[in-house]
Design a protein around this ligand. Structure first.
Ligand code: SF4
Length: 221
């Protein structure tokens, strides 16, 4: 269900199933892709809620723990979480403070700049995050039924979609190669390694294209 602000004359919101919102495009391939993406996002929410029940954390708290687990310290500040999850710093701080109280996250001053506060996982938070990281196992299992070439093709198309949404300003940066300053496409014409990263100084295959790359450098605005 999607809640849309609507003027009904009584100052209440209209609650419309998302399928109805995109009904006018449901006979087009774009509409069917949108419906498929909505279904997948529902599944992701359900899987995160399942984890939530077992550990008594909100889905967003689980996502923060996993983000910190999977990213280097320099990418783990309240500002970076706010940008990545497209939430206000106040909302991020509330969730982080709750995790600090539960001793699942610690705040420490950066060694490079003592004014910057970075978020770390203490042993308890690290142990929990390493259990939670398998929340997506059912999706990974379904994907394992795809051939390598199907998986690569799907990944490339999803990266292209994310890139398009980022360029339109709809999505915050996801650290993907396609819009990184270090990225070069098709430099040597090798079909196995059609890309090149000037940071890593090596060619990349399609399946090696990165998302959430810690070394991603956006183009200046
Ligand atoms: S730095 Fe990371 S995001 Fe940028 S091109 Fe290299 S691998 Fe891709």
């Amino acid at each position: 269900m999607t809640v849309l602000p609507g003027d009904t004359g009584r100052g209440v919101c209209l609650i419309i199933p998302l399928d109805d919102c995109i009904l006018n495009t449901s006979n087009t391939i774009e509409g069917k892709i949108l419906t498929s993406l909505e279904r997948l996002s529902q599944i992701i929410r359900v899987l995160l809620w399942e984890k939530n029940k077992s550990v008594n954390l909100s889905p967003i708290q689980i996502q923060f723990l996993l983000y910190i687990y999977l990213h280097p310290d320099r990418h783990c500040t309240v500002s970076q979480l706010a940008e990545r999850f497209q939430l206000t710093k106040a909302t991020i701080s509330d969730a982080i403070n709750a995790l600090v109280t539960k001793k699942l996250i610690e705040k420490k001053a950066s060694l490079a700049d003592r004014r910057v506060i970075q978020l770390h996982l203490p042993p308890g938070g690290y142990a929990l995050a390493s259990q939670l990281v398998n929340w997506s196992a059912p999706i990974a299992q379904a994907l394992s039924g795809f051939s390598t070439s199907e998986q690569t093709q799907l990944y490339k198309l999803l990266l292209k979609l994310i890139d398009g949404l980022e360029r339109k300003g709809v999505m915050s940066r996801s650290g993907i190669c396609l819009n990184c300053q270090y990225f070069q496409s098709n430099p040597g014409g090798d079909p196995q390694y059609p890309h090149y990263c000037n940071f890593l100084q090596r060619a990349l295959s399609n399946s090696e294209l990165k998302i959430d790359c810690p070394d991603h450098e956006p183009f200046p605005a």
